[in-house]
Design a protein around this ligand. Structure first.
Ligand code: KIV
Ligand code: ZN
Length: 380
């Protein structure tokens, strides 16, 4: 089986659906260019039919951003697909991503469609998109709450109609890793023509499981993951690009899979998105949070100063940070304190060091973080 997991970045579409994350065309261009530097395989640049601004963003990104496939979302409606194509046409690698709900909850309460009507529409619209472009992705929205036999039937029919990627969304973040993995395994086993399409997943984070569910899908055969920088997206967000990519890189020993992502561009991408949207990243966020490579505990600092791998499973440089930080606080130990004094240009004998360390501990009990100026004041 293919050893590359394709990264489909939807920061500019689903990510932009986060309250407070909307971006103008120039801002989207900046993010898209950074995503190309990051090396994602596909950029979902927007939902062309949804607004003139989105249309223009998709159009400009499709024409000006080199490298990744550029995709527009489109409901399973001719007018959406026409608009997606108008925005994408002329791009070196265009993709239309069309979707329709397949769960009974959505069909009955929201769309007033029968299962047969939804299936027919899905097939017709995939074929319609295919009349414009070879690269067509189809999503059965709310797949994780769709009856499995019906889901298999829909997937078989849309692949027959020309879909080259079938994306399985956990639209409301309801799935658990075990059952989501089984769902993907079932699709591989029960959809006869599944070998003609790539299985993708799109997981939301309502229960904090978006990354775990995506990983369960990957280990069961998914080879495209839809995700966003910093995990932004509708409600609690989507699976985060940085977590998926660094899991695959860090645990390649176990998973044996790769991505095409240039991981040193992860941190710059995260910071660019935060600065544009104003949505800050929580300090303890995996990979890109301020504390992800910061150590305060004396025991950890001691280990780290002796050998980095004692407390770091990946290097800060691998995600684009220049180094890890030893935070000076009440949990810090003598080893790190001494190291910081050397960095600051002080050379104390053993007695002076003991006295300075005692003063440092007293101050650290009163102050959350001890800065270099505090240390200088202690010593001088
Ligand atoms: O969450 C979802 O189901 C979506 C689809 C449009 C793929 O965003
Ligand atoms: Zn979504």
């Amino acid at each position: 089986m293919d050893k590359i997991v394709r990264i489909f970045d939807t920061t500019l579409r689903d990510g932009e659906q986060s309250p407070g994350a909307s971006m103008n065309v120039d801002e989207k261009m900046n993010v898209a260019k950074q995503l190309a530097r990051l090396g994602v395989d596909i950029i979902e640049a927007g939902f062309a039919f949804s607004s003139p601004g989105d249309f223009e963003s998709v159009r400009r990104i499709a024409h000006e951003v080199e490298g990744p496939t550029i995709c527009s979302l489109a409901r399973a409606k001719p007018e959406d697909i026409d608009s997606a194509w108008q925005a994408l046409k002329g791009a070196p690698k265009p993709r239309i991503h069309t979707f329709i709900s397949t769960s009974d909850i959505h069909l009955k309460h929201q769309f007033k469609l029968t299962r047969d009507e939804a299936l027919k529409r899905a097939v017709e619209m995939v074929a319609y998109a295919k009349s414009y472009v070879d690269d067509v992705e189809f999503s059965p929205m709310d797949a994780s709450r769709t009856e499995e036999a019906y889901l298999w039937e829909v997937l078989e029919a849309v692949i027959e109609a020309g879909a080259t990627t079938v994306n399985i969304p956990d639209t409301v973040g309801y799935a658990l890793p075990g059952s989501f993995g089984k769902l993907i395994r079932g699709i591989r086993d029960r959809v006869p023509n599944i070998g003609s399409a790539i299985i993708s997943v799109h997981c939301h984070n309502d229960l904090g499981l978006a990354v775990a569910n995506s990983l369960a899908a990957i280990t069961n055969g998914a080879r495209q993951v839809e995700c966003t920088i910093n995990g932004i997206g509708e409600r609690a967000g989507n699976a985060s690009v940085e977590e998926i990519v660094m899991i695959l890189k860090t645990r390649k020993d176990l998973l044996g899979l790769d991505t095409n992502v240039n991981t040193e561009q992860i941190y710059p991408s995260s910071r660019l998105l935060s600065s544009i949207t104003g949505m800050t990243v929580q300090a303890n966020k995996a990979i890109v949070g301020d504390n992800a490579f910061a150590h305060e505990s004396g025991i950890h600092q001691d280990g780290l100063l002796k050998e980095k791998s004692t407390y770091e499973i990946m290097t800060p440089e691998s995600v684009g940070l220049s180094k890890s930080t030893l935070v000076m606080g009440k949990h810090s130990g003598r080893h790190a304190f001494k190291e910081r004094l050397v960095e600051l240009g002080f050379s104390l004998d053993e007695t002076e060091l003991n006295k300075a360390f005692a003063r440092f501990k007293l101050l650290a009990d009163k102050k959350k973080e001890i800065f270099d100026e505090d240390i200088e004041a202690i010593v001088l």
